[in-house]
Design a protein around this ligand. Structure first.
Ligand code: NAP
Length: 292
């Protein structure tokens, strides 16, 4: 069994991004890309995530802007904050920290982010592009998972992948990327029958449900690759959706929690921000050529 070390891979990816920012922006005297995070309310976990995203931006030489809005903000207030950031030329990408406080329409607010500045590629337009394979970026957690598999040259084509969880944020997005990489994909959810049996057929098992230690050895094929996306705060600290100690011995590869998928999400957020910044530059150049 080998551990898929997201912390280490994410550090490597971040170093590459830092080099690119230095050569393409800082050394040329150009303003580096900047990520704006919008945090609504005071959920302690969300606050930690936003702070670590800011730290990661700074560490690679990117700009970071944080907008904090009160939990009782209206949809219009959140949307007008996003609109302001969208109009700011120094902002390359916007991330709306999820989940939003109850009562706010998440899809509607997400869709107020212009697709060309959508850091997590979660707007309807970006998801449409992902599903039609015309995307340049994908939701950060899903692409982070694909990077983990790619780094170890884990074969995907022709393999049977099972994704437990069907959120747009993780399950559906990663299922789509796996299918694009020619896996045969089954998506499971809370209404799935015979889940144990389906999961136990997977060569690649992705678990994103938010239930501590849900996956047990009987649900895992010997030699499977297991990717645990879950982040669950328990009395014993942060644990994943997979019962790591009993499942790990059965796997060929497994991600730990913490230190697996989590750090990859942040690295891909930086990568997406850089990609969007470059696309915006190209678009500006194209527009100025047209107006000449
Ligand atoms: P979500 O939107 O709440 O979706 C959870 C999914 O799990 C739903 O599709 C739900 O099915 C399914 N589910 C729940 N209980 C189930 C059960 N007993 N059996 C089978 N399926 C079940 O959650 P999410 O945003 O995808 O996040 C999932 C987990 O990943 C959470 O722990 C979250 O904290 C973590 N996460 C981690 C990262 C990272 O960077 N590591 C990023 C994002 C999320 P239904 O659709 O039928 O309700």
């Amino acid at each position: 069994m080998e551990i898929l070390n997201g912390k280490e891979l994410s550090a490597r990816l971040k170093n590459k991004i830092a080099e690119q920012i230095a050569t393409d922006y800082l050394e040329k005297g150009k303003q580096p890309p900047a990520l704006a995070c919008v945090l609504v309310g005071d959920d302690p976990a969300s606050k930690i995530y936003v702070a670590s995203k800011e730290k990661a931006c700074r560490a690679v030489g990117m700009g970071s802007i944080i907008r904090v809005l009160p939990a009782n903000s209206t949809e219009q207030e959140v949307e007008s904050c996003i609109k302001e950031l969208a109009a700011d030329n120094s902002v390359s990408a916007i991330l709306l920290q999820l989940p939003l406080p109850r009562g706010l329409n998440e899809r509607k607010i997400l869709n107020s982010i212009p697709p060309q500045k959508d850091a997590d590629a979660l707007t309807d337009i970006c998801l449409g592009k992902l599903f039609s394979k015309t995307h340049t970026i994908a939701p950060c957690t899903a692409s982070g998972i694909m990077e983990l598999l790619k780094d170890k040259q884990i074969e995907i084509s022709g393999k049977r992948a099972v994704v437990i969880g069907r959120s747009l944020l993780v399950g559906k997005s990663v299922a789509n990327l796996l299918e694009q990489a020619n896996a045969t994909v089954t998506i499971c959810h809370s209404k799935t029958q015979n889940l144990d049996q389906i999961a136990s057929q997977a060569d690649i098992l992705i678990v994103a449900i938010g239930k501590p230690n849900f996956v047990t050895p009987n649900m895992v094929k010997t030699g499977a690759v297991v990717i645990d996306v879950g982040i669950n705060r328990t009395e014993n600290g942060i644990v994943g959706d997979v019962d790591y100690s009993s499942v790990a011995p059965k796997c060929s590869y497994i991600t730990p929690v913490p230190g697996g998928v989590g750090p990859m999400t942040i690295a891909m957020l930086l990568s997406n921000t850089l990609t969007l910044a470059k696309e915006q530059e190209k678009m500006k150049e194209k527009n100025s050529e047209h107006s000449r």
